[in-house]
Structures are given as structure tokens and as C-alpha cells.
Design a protein around this ligand. Structure first.
Ligand SMILES: *[C@@H]1O[C@H](CO)[C@@H](O)[C@H](O)[C@H]1NC(C)=O
Ligand SMILES: *[C@@H]1O[C@H](CO)[C@@H](O)[C@H](O)[C@H]1NC(C)=O
Ligand SMILES: *[C@@H]1O[C@H](CO)[C@@H](O)[C@H](O)[C@H]1NC(C)=O
Ligand SMILES: *[C@@H]1O[C@H](CO)[C@@H](O)[C@H](O)[C@H]1NC(C)=O
Ligand SMILES: *[C@@H]1O[C@H](CO)[C@@H](O)[C@H](O)[C@H]1NC(C)=O
Ligand SMILES: *[C@@H]1O[C@H](CO)[C@@H](O)[C@H](O)[C@H]1NC(C)=O
Ligand SMILES: *[C@@H]1O[C@H](CO)[C@@H](O)[C@H](O)[C@H]1NC(C)=O
Ligand SMILES: *[C@@H]1O[C@H](CO)[C@@H](O)[C@H](O)[C@H]1NC(C)=O
Length: 546
């Protein structure tokens, strides 16, 4: 059983080591690899001094031992490097020397550092040899507005002398130092700077060149400007639909390598989330990011979306707000309902307006009643001595409905000729004074007129009162249908032009019928009601209690 476990462990260890590296230095030993591999770029013909890429490994040489190897990827072979000083490639403890570099020296160099008897670390360095200058040889230099120094990127740990070039031509009168002072840097300072360091090894001088490109930052055009989206703008969308958000940023001149544009939801990047895809595009000085939301969810609508633009110095944000598309149906429904309500209300108001006016008028009359010195509410003028049939209709109406409704129910005080005149009174005087004592004239229109009528006199007087003096209101009631009004006196015809008559049909005997409400509307407030209290106000006419 133990044996089995041991073997399993061994197999696991082996597979692990295979996964870690593609080469095998010593099958019986396994070293740790604490650092990432580094890359060194050099020019052919020059010489490379390569210290162990880890500081501890480089410095702590006492009681430790070193081994150097070269791994050639092409042949997948590992060569051990020797320590013989006469060799072109050799090492001295933690330092490797590759003199007079050739293109064939390109490869991976491995440092094995035994810091204890049975413990070791391994460090890898890729060396790339170039035949001549290549932009890959340029070391990274941050953009600055006014740089004052450029440091040589090579020969940091060496005793060496330095010569500086700008755009590959010698800079005159410079000190030999690992850095170049820029006394008055300006836009003209931009360019490629080369430092050649010369160092000695075993009495022989060797060169190594380092390259930097200096870019002078132009402050005026360097702030990224958002073209899209508009800051704090609203994007209308709907749950379940696809949405593409575009962010376009102008970075000026050219887009820098460190520049980026990306979308964030609630301040976190979302391109790795399922259902969200972000694509970035560079074109001229503009960088764009397209965020595709496959299906907009409720969560998206409640989240903050913003586009972040970053250059090598700072970053900027613009935010957008996702809003749900408003449905038109509730708005339309509300409109229709309001319209119907208004229609119904106006119908109700129209239907009950007459009752309302009658009711209000009665209240107002009670609140500020004034004595006008009149005795009667209305003087009833009607034709007498007509044809037998018509005469009966008229007297039935006057003595029937008119009296019952207006006097008994509604409490009006009427003057009716033949009923209210006292015997022996002078007929003409009586008529004139009674008309003057009445607030309204009720004129009953009939299809025919009696030529010899004694009622013609009170009609004439009444018309005079109404038309000439304009004091008394006139209510015209028409009994039965009429072709025209040509048979009526001219004064009456004139009145008919201004007031349409109320048409009475047989059977409208109820005091609350439309006809009688209209009559009441044209009548003044019944004088009997003046004397009754406010409590008795009623929309309807009721039989009077004596
Ligand atoms: C492998 O490592 C062991 C232990 O350090 C050493 O004795 C042996 O010589 C090495 N073999 C090779 C091929 O380097
Ligand atoms: C190196 O080893 C020697 C002898 O074993 C010891 O005296 C010395 O202190 C060690 N040096 C260091 C730095 O550990
Ligand atoms: C580089 O290696 C190739 C093949 O191994 C050989 O033919 C060539 O001569 C070598 N070049 C130099 C400069 O050593
Ligand atoms: C630095 O440059 C500015 C203009 O670019 C110039 O006016 C000034 O004299 C220069 N100073 C020196 C010390 O060269
Ligand atoms: C150096 O070269 C860069 C382009 O690489 C150019 O923009 C600059 O003007 C050159 N400077 C000089 C002084 O020639
Ligand atoms: C080293 O560089 C200097 C100056 O660039 C040059 O004069 C010298 O010949 C070079 N030496 C070698 C060994 O290439
Ligand atoms: C984003 O934050 C809001 C509140 O600030 C929250 O309602 C919403 O659920 C958050 N969205 C996500 C995806 O967590
Ligand atoms: C966008 O508006 C916010 C405030 O709502 C502000 O903090 C931010 O700086 C604005 N972004 C830009 C690029 O102007």
C-alpha cells in the first residue's frame, strides 16, 4: 500500500514538473521557480553581462552555489555552461557573460541557485539578439511634459563609461554618466536616445547599447474627450431586448498604448459576464468600446452604467441612465376615461341645470329678499269667448293645471281675470293696476283669436307694459300646435321673435314635469316662499300646507 502511494506521488510530481517546464535539467532534482521569466534584447556584435535576474540570487553568493544552462528551443536541448574565462560564454557565480553576441546566442538561459545543500531556485531569462537596431529594442519611457533626465536602461550594476546619442548622432559635450541631463527640455527634445556603455572584462573592453524613445507630452491635446455617449444622458430600452452601448473617446494624435476605453456596471468591468460582450476598436486618435447586452434585465435598468476612458496619467467617466420605454396604453386609457367622465358630467349638468338654477335661485332669494311693492307673481292673460272647443281647452288649462300647479303646489300668487276682479270695479282701471302689480305676464297663445274679445284690452295693456316700458317679464305658453303666428297681434309677434313660447301638451299635469319646471324657471321666486323659512327650500313643488 505504501509503495503504491509513493509511486502515485512520484507520478504526480513528474507530471507537475512536465507542466511547469518544457525542459528537464536533472530528473532527480526539482527546483522552485519563484519569479517570472525575463527578456533581454541585445545587439549582435556587442557583449552581454547578465547577472542572476533575482536580487537575492545575485547578491548572496556566500555558502551558495550556481549552475547556468542554455536551453535551445529549436533542438530542445539543454547545455550546461562552463566557468572557463577563455570561453566566449561562461559564468562566474551569479553572473553570466556572453561576449561578442551572435544571432545563434538567442535562447533561454537558466540560472540554478543552490541556496542550501538540497534546496534550489531556478530563474529563466530569454535573450534575443538583433542584427541591427529595431524598435523592439526600445525601453519603455513614460511620457512627460518636461523631463529633466534620461536614464540608461543597461549596465545598471556595472562599472562602465557611457556615451549618449540622439537620433543616432553623438551628443557633444556630455558627461559620461548612466543618465543624460536635459537642461531645457521642449518638444525638440523628443527622439530616440541611445546610450553605449563600455565595460572591461579580463582587460578587454566590451560595449552594450540601450535605447529609449522620449515622447514629450502635449498637455493641450492630451485630455481624452468623449464623443459618445453624452454624459448623464438617458438611453431608452426595454426588458428582454438587445442593447448596444457605444463609447467613443478622442485621445488626440494617436492612441497611446496604455490608453483604454471600457464599460462598467456598478463600477465593475462586465465583459467577462455571461450575456455581456465588449469590443474595442482603435482608429486614428479615436478609441471605441461597444458593449452588447444580449437581453436587458430588470437588474440592468436599476444599475449604473458608465464608460471609463484612461490614458497613461488619469481616467475619466461618463455615465448613462437606462430607462424603460413608457407604454402608451395607460395614457390612452386615462384620456378616454377622462373624456367619458367629462361627457357624463356635462350630460348630468345639462339635465339638472334647470333644477339647479331653481334651487339656487330660491336660496339666493331667501338670503337677500327685497320688497318690490308688487302684489302678484303673475298676471294671466288669455283669450275668452273663443270657439267652443278652443274656449274649453283654454279655460280647462287656466283653471285646471295652471292654477293647480302654480298656485296650489308652487305657491305663486296669480291674478286671473274673472276670478280675482271684484264686482263693480272699473274694468280698465282694474286691469292696468293689476298688471302693474304683477311681476310677470303669462300670455296664453291659442290657434285663433276672438275679434270681439274683451281680453284684447288686457293683452294690449300687457304688451305695452312689456314692450314699451320693458318692466314686466313675459311668459308665453302655447296651447296646441300652430302653423304660424300671423293671426296674433303685431306686438305679440314681436315678442315671439325674442322669446320662444313654451308648448303645453295635454297631460302635463305633474308639477315636476319638464314643462312646469320651465315655467317656474321663467317665473320669479314664489312670493309665498319668501315668508317660509330656509328649511323649506325644495327642488320640487309640494302641496301647500295651510
Ligand atoms: C543531478 O543532480 C545531482 C544532485 O545535485 C548531481 O549529483 C548530478 O550530478 C546531477 N546530474 C546532472 C546530469 O547534472
Ligand atoms: C558559511 O559557512 C561557514 C561554515 O559553515 C559559516 O561559518 C559561515 O557563517 C557561513 N556564512 C553564512 C553567510 O551563512
Ligand atoms: C549558427 O548556428 C548554425 C547552425 O547551428 C551554424 O550553421 C552557423 O554557422 C552559426 N552561426 C554563427 C555565427 O555561429
Ligand atoms: C529654455 O528654452 C526657452 C524657450 O524654449 C528659452 O527661452 C530659454 O532661454 C531656454 N533656457 C536655457 C537655459 O537654454
Ligand atoms: C528624432 O527622430 C524623431 C522621430 O523618430 C523625430 O520626430 C525628431 O524630430 C528627431 N529629432 C531630431 C532632433 O532630429
Ligand atoms: C564600443 O563603442 C565605441 C563607441 O561607440 C566604439 O568606438 C568602439 O569601437 C566599440 N568597441 C567595440 C569592441 O565594439
Ligand atoms: C447596482 O446598484 C444598484 C443600487 O445602487 C442595485 O439596485 C443593482 O442591483 C446593482 N446592480 C448589480 C448588477 O449588482
Ligand atoms: C459626467 O458627470 C459627472 C457628474 O454627473 C461628473 O462627475 C463627471 O466628471 C462627468 N464626466 C465628464 C467626462 O465630464
Amino acid at each position: 500500500m505504501m509503495m503504491m502511494m509513493r509511486m502515485l506521488q512520484m507520478i504526480l510530481l513528474l507530471t507537475e514538473s512536465v507542466l511547469i517546464s518544457s525542459y528537464q535539467l536533472n530528473s532527480t532534482v526539482e527546483c522552485e521557480r519563484p519569479d517570472k521569466k525575463k527578456t533581454v534584447r541585445v545587439l549582435a556584435g556587442e557583449s552581454l553581462y547578465l547577472p542572476c535576474p533575482n536580487d537575492d540570487c545575485h547578491i548572496e553568493t556566500e555558502n551558495t552555489s550556481y549552475e547556468w544552462f542554455k536551453y535551445i528551443q529549436r533542438t530542445e536541448q539543454v547545455e550546461q555552461i562552463g566557468t572557463e574565462e577563455s570561453e566566449r560564454i561562461h559564468y562566474h557565480l551569479s553572473e553570466l557573460y556572453i561576449l561578442w553576441l551572435t544571432l545563434n546566442d538567442t535562447g533561454r538561459y537558466i540560472t540554478r541557485w543552490w541556496y542550501e545543500e538540497d534546496k534550489c531556485d531556478e530563474y529563466e531569462t530569454d535573450v534575443v539578439v538583433y542584427e541591427e537596431f529595431n524598435t523592439d529594442l526600445l525601453d519603455y519611457t513614460p511620457e512627460e511634459e518636461k523631463p529633466s533626465k534620461i536614464y540608461c536602461p543597461v549596465c545598471e550594476y556595472q562599472q562602465a563609461t557611457f556615451i549618449w546619442y540622439k537620433n543616432f548622432s553623438l551628443i557633444p559635450n556630455q558627461e559620461s554618466a548612466g543618465y543624460l541631463l536635459l537642461r531645457n527640455s521642449s518638444k525638440e527634445s523628443a527622439g530616440i536616445y541611445t546610450c553605449v556603455c563600455t565595460w572591461e572584462h579580463n582587460g578587454i573592453k566590451h560595449n552594450r547599447s540601450g535605447f529609449r524613445e522620449l515622447i514629450i507630452r502635449d498637455m493641450s491635446s492630451s485630455t481624452p474627450t468623449f464623443q459618445l455617449p453624452i454624459n448623464n444622458s438617458i438611453v431608452i430600452t426595454d426588458v428582454g431586448t438587445e442593447l448596444i452601448l457605444q463609447c467613443s473617446v478622442f485621445f488626440g494624435r494617436t492612441v497611446c498604448d496604455e490608453c483604454s476605453v471600457q464599460w462598467e456596471r456598478n463600477k465593475t468591468r462586465i465583459d467577462a459576464v455571461n450575456g455581456y460582450k465588449q469590443e474595442t476598436r482603435k482608429q486614428g486618435g479615436i478609441m471605441e468600446s461597444f458593449l452588447t447586452i444580449t437581453k436587458v434585465s430588470e437588474l440592468d435598468l436599476g444599475s449604473e452604467y458608465r464608460c471609463r476612458a484612461e490614458d497613461s496619467y488619469e481616467y475619466f467617466y461618463v455615465s448613462i441612465i437606462l430607462k424603460r420605454k413608457e407604454s402608451m396604453i395607460p395614457v390612452i386609457l386615462a384620456c378616454v376615461c377622462t373624456f367619458l367622465l367629462v361627457l357624463v358630467l356635462s350630460g348630468i349638468v345639462k339635465w339638472f341645470s334647470l333644477d339647479l338654477v331653481l334651487f339656487l335661485r330660491e336660496i339666493i332669494a331667501k338670503l337677500n329678499r327685497t320688497e318690490d311693492g308688487k302684489l302678484y307673481d303673475a298676471y294671466v292673460i288669455y283669450q275668452r269667448n273663443l270657439e267652443e272647443k278652443t274656449d274649453k281647452t283654454v279655460s280647462d288649462f287656466v283653471n285646471g293645471s295652471l292654477l293647480t300647479v302654480l298656485e296650489s303646489y308652487c305657491g305663486f300668487k296669480l291674478f286671473i281675470h274673472g276670478r280675482d276682479d271684484l264686482p263693480g270695479e272699473d274694468c280698465m282701471d282694474l286691469t292696468e293696476s293689476k298688471i302693474q302689480l304683477s311681476r310677470r305676464l303669462i300670455i296664453i297663445l291659442t290657434p285663433e283669436t276672438s275679434t270681439t274679445s274683451s281680453a284684447a284690452y288686457d293683452l294690449e295693456l300687457g304688451l305695452h307694459q312689456a314692450l314699451v316700458q320693458g318692466e314686466t317679464g313675459v311668459i308665453l305658453i302655447q296651447l296646441g300646435k300652430m302653423q304660424d303666428y300671423t293671426h296674433l297681434p303685431l306686438g305679440l309677434q314681436h315678442l315671439l321673435c325674442k322669446n320662444s313660447p313654451l308648448l303645453w301638451r295635454d297631460g302635463e299635469t305633474s308639477p315636476n314635469s319638464r314643462f312646469w319646471k320651465r315655467v317656474r324657471y321663467r317665473m320669479p321666486v314664489a312670493s309665498s316662499h319668501w315668508r317660509s323659512s330656509l328649511r323649506n327650500i325644495s327642488l320640487e313643488c309640494q302641496p301647500l300646507t295651510v
